[in-house]
Every structure is written in C-alpha cells, then in structure tokens.
Design a protein around this ligand. Sequence first.
Ligand code: FES
Ligand code: FES
Length: 183
Amino acid sequence: MRPAETESLPGTVGADPTIDVRVDGTEHRLTVDPRRTLLDLLREQIGDYSAKKGCDHGQCGACTVLLDGRRVLSCLTLALTCDGTDVTTAAGLAEKGELHPLQQSFVDNDAFQCGYCTPGQICSAAGLLAEFENGAPSHVTASVADTPQWTDEEIAERMSGNLCRCGAYAGIVAAIREAGEKR
Ligand code: FES
Ligand code: FES
C-alpha cells in the first residue's frame, strides 16, 4: 500500500535545508543540498569565484577561505555546517577599495605567476598571521611552551598545505614575511 504523502519513506530525505551565511560582508539565505560543499556553494550557487577549485580533494589549498576567521579547505567543508558563519574569501579581504596588506605584499614581491593558487595562498596567509598572534605552535616550533619565531621555516611549514604549480614559493614566503613584519 502506498503511504500517505506526508509520511517519510525509509531511506529518503525531506526538503533541502536553508542556511544563513555571510560571504565577504553580504548576507545570503540559501537552500542547500546537504551534500554540497562550501566551495560549490560559493562558486555555483552564490557566483563568487574568488576561491578556486584545484584538486577538490583537500590536497592543494586552492579553495582555502576563512570561516569565522580560521582557514578551512572549502572543498572539504559541507555548506550545511556553515549556517550562521562568516566566510571571507581573498577578494573580501580588501576594504573600501584598498588592498589588504597581504594582497599588496604579494604584488610587491612577485608572489604569483598564473595566479590560480593565489586566493587560497592569501587566505591561508591571513589565517597564519592570526595563528601567530595567538601564539599557536607548528610542527617546527622548538617547544609548545615557546612563542613561535617569525622565520621562513615557520612560514613555509604553516603554508605547506598550499601548493603552487608555478613554483612561486620564494616570492610567497617573502610576501608573507614582509606583511608579517609590518603588522
Ligand atoms: S580544491 Fe580544495 S584542497 Fe584542492
Ligand atoms: S601562481 Fe600559478 S599555481 Fe601558483
């Protein structure tokens, strides 16, 4: 016998849920497929192409954005878990037409070639600066009891999840070091 339409069938799901998310200062109320990633939400549903899709498997860092100020891989983050959060892309770091210090430093230090990895590198670097300010240690910090030192080794280690196929690493480290020294 066919069940009444209001009954749920085992193994089926109801209507897609709605979430509220703020992206680069703009509020969005969106109905999302529970399987959709934050990266696909940004690019395909909101039309924000700042975060890039490289591997789509959490291996390249091209999709890095800031979620409530902390860096995340948006290709591994379910959109549904972003309800009530604040998402910042590299494009959203600029304020009132002024480049963010990291963006300016990337330009000044030739820290990109094709630029495909750059938005993810810049978001990751912004997250890195915040981690440093909080005294969070990394794998290369001598002791968890020490304050991390602002060295190229620390920067390289903390940026190791962001790959650059053009090999602009020397410029990327220099750009982050310079922006960090000015902060
Ligand atoms: S696209 Fe997300 S880590 Fe590569
Ligand atoms: S600048 Fe081309 S991939 Fe990094």
